[in-house]
Design a protein around this ligand. Sequence first.
Ligand SMILES: C[S@@+](CC[C@H](N)C(=O)[O-])C[C@H]1O[C@@H](n2cnc3c(N)ncnc32)[C@H](O)[C@@H]1O
Length: 214
Amino acid sequence: MTTPPSSALADLEERTRRHVWSEGPLEQEMLSGHLEGWFLRFLVGMTGARDVLEIGMFTGYSALAMAEELPDGGRVVACEVDDSVADFARACFAASPVGDRIDVRVGPAADTLARAARAGESFDLVFVDADKPGYARYLDLLLTTDLLRPGGLIAVDNTLLQGEPYCGATTPNGRAIASFNEAVAADPRLEQVLIPLRDGVTLIRRARVREQPS
Ligand SMILES: C[S@@+](CC[C@H](N)C(=O)[O-])C[C@H]1O[C@@H](n2cnc3c(N)ncnc32)[C@H](O)[C@@H]1O
């Protein structure tokens, strides 16, 4: 059994479920939820992260879950392209005692990341959960700037994409994730582990393991 969510998270989930997502690309199923929320909390706690970056916030479940685990002074910078869902999330954060730890940045995440890199910001933990075709670009930005601190961890959501990368990709998102997974696996700068949690979460870090000389 997984520890129950806080009342703020339970409320956020309920508000997301009650909302009518009739038009546009957003739908309530995007919310990560209880199990993944606690998994992300554990990542924050185990890595001792103070500065967390989220790429793809939606109504804010994962951002708030991670914020609940942060030490005092910690923050989550949460990137979201959709204005109205960003407002929805802000209203939910206002009802949480740790909501002020979340800095919502609205706009295409690649632009937000480039701006943050130019401003010298850096992060201990990054959760990637936005548009699947954008994943390769986000990883590249994280690895070619100082956005990811030395020893930092990246968690990437939906890397199983309902089995498409393994059973044959039939959708644009499936093809994007299949190609992302192959690129990560072939990149000698990286070490990764794909965890079959919900729709798959891959943990990625800069390579540390060295072959022992024989
Ligand atoms: C799967 S949802 C995120 C779920 C969220 N992490 C949670 O735990 O509930 C993906 C979100 O990424 C946002 N998104 C899509 N493309 C984006 C982009 N280019 N930049 C920033 N956000 C983007 C979508 O608007 C959507 O809200």
